[in-house]
Write a protein that binds this ligand. Structure first.
Ligand code: CAA
Length: 381
């Protein structure tokens, strides 16, 4: 077993790190406070290949592997978790659906725009009454000739406002549970499709989240992905990969918390000694560093399995469960080490705590990850 990254992967890390330092770090707190979408930075991420990092070059992507994706995600989230989730949804929820399920025509029409960051995509599964219980949706697409007429409300859609298209999951047959769900490409500007106000969130405030409204919205049959009834399978399959991306986002936040803790502990003096000389602080740093390393191993293993086309449902859920808990714990300890300064917005470490929380919630809560892990273990033993 070789834990050394290849020179290509090291180059991805270095490129993402330099981009984050030079273009995401400046203004990150202002964007957080104003809840401002990093439009200019997303455009640059497109130019660097990060918005379509796993998309084949034939479709305008960078043609890299899932390991490259998680390495870039970690470095970007380490500085700006909002930019990271914008990148993650575009890559592992939207583009991945096109790669795995769309027709050649759909791929040719949309992938070159999405993979270069010219267009941004959103993924719309949840509804007000169906979060964890994802198949319990009500939005309904009625077939009329070669069109579907969609009515309903979706919520918590990342990139909802700034996206050019969403992958929409809705019922095409009522009363048969998840087998009645289908997936559609719905472009912004389609009559009957509107977005709600930008939600005011605790963290990842630079990314936008909103409700989507469909009122007699007509979508051509050609925009259905796969067959009628394939929708839930598409969503679940895709979320397995999405969870690796969110695990990498959590890892980046955790690493940032460790970085800030170490540098502050070495510089801050109390009782005539630096914080780093106190056993209580050393314990915190040791625990944080161990958990960050363990998270990285889980994230890289899940990405490796995906690259090898092996099954990774359980491993992706484990990576997300563990890395998101690590992010939350590390961010909390980082604020604790910073004491009163940590609680002040000016220092920037309270943002890590606010940003970390969502990684335990979206793309399946920690409780859902535990359910997925347990089901996989019990099924296979
Ligand atoms: N991978 C592949 N297939 C899966 C799967 C998985 N992880 N989980 C379920 N399935 C399949 C099952 O095999 C089954 O198909 P078959 O009958 O063909 O075998 C089908 O889906 C139904 O499965 P279940 O009976 O297990 O469904 P369930 O209703 O009991 O529970 C669940 C499923 C795991 C709880 C699921 O609803 C779930 O994952 N919920 C969480 C939803 C979620 O992650 N939402 C994220 C929203 S998007 C987001 O957050 C994006 C963002 O903003 C960043």
């Amino acid at each position: 077993m070789d834990f050394t990254l290849s020179s290509e992967h090291e180059l991805v890390r270095q490129t993402a790190r330099e981009f984050a330092r030079d273009h995401l770090a400046p203004g990150v707190m202002e964007r957080d406070e104003a809840a401002r979408f990093p439009a200019e930075q997303v455009k640059m991420m497109g130019d660097l290949g990060f918005m379509g990092i796993m998309t084949p070059e034939a479709y305008g992507g960078a043609g890299m592997d899932a390991l490259s994706y998680v390495i870039a995600m970690e470095e970007i989230a380490r500085v700006d978790a909002s930019a990271a989730v914008i990148m993650s949804v575009n890559n592992s929820l939207v583009i991945q659906i096109f790669l795995d399920w769309a027709s050649d025509e759909q791929k040719a029409a949309y992938l070159p725009k999405l993979a270069t960051g010219e267009w941004i995509g959103g993924f719309s599964l949840s509804e007000p009454q169906s979060g964890s219980d994802a198949s319990n949706m009500r939005t309904y697409a009625r077939k009329e000739g070669h069109e579907y007429v969609i009515n309903g409300t979706k919520n918590w859609v990342t990139n909802g406002i700034n996206s050019n298209l969403v992958i929409l999951f809705c019922l095409t047959t009522k009363g048969i549970g998840y087998k009645g769900i289908s997936a559609f490409i719905v472009e912004k500007g389609t009559p009957g499709f509107t977005t709600g106000e930008k939600e005011d969130k605790l963290g990842i405030r630079g990314s936008d989240t909103c409700e989507l409204y469909f009122q007699d919205c007509r979508v051509p049959e050609a925009n259905r992905i796969g067959q009628e009834g394939d929708g839930f399978r598409i969503a679940m399959h895709t979320l397995n990969g999405g969870r690796i991306g969110i695990a990498a986002q959590a890892l980046g936040i955790a690493q940032a918390a460790l970085d800030h803790s170490v540098s502050y502990a070495k510089e801050r003096k109390q009782f005539g000694r630096t914080l780093a000389e106190f056993g209580a602080i050393q314990s915190k740093i040791a625990r944080m560093a161990t958990e960050v390393d363990a998270s990285r191993l889980l994230v890289h293993r899940a990405a490796f399995l995906k690259d090898q086309h092996q099954t990774y449902i359980k491993e992706a859920a484990m990576a997300k469960l563990y890395a998101s808990r690590t992010a939350m714990q590390a961010a909390r300890e980082c604020v604790q080490i910073h004491g009163g300064y940590g609680y002040m917005q000016e220092f920037g470490v309270e943002r890590l705590m606010r940003d970390a929380k969502i990684t335990q919630i979206y793309e399946g809560t920690s409780e859902i990850q535990e359910l997925v892990i347990a089901r996989e273990i019990l099924k296979n033993s």
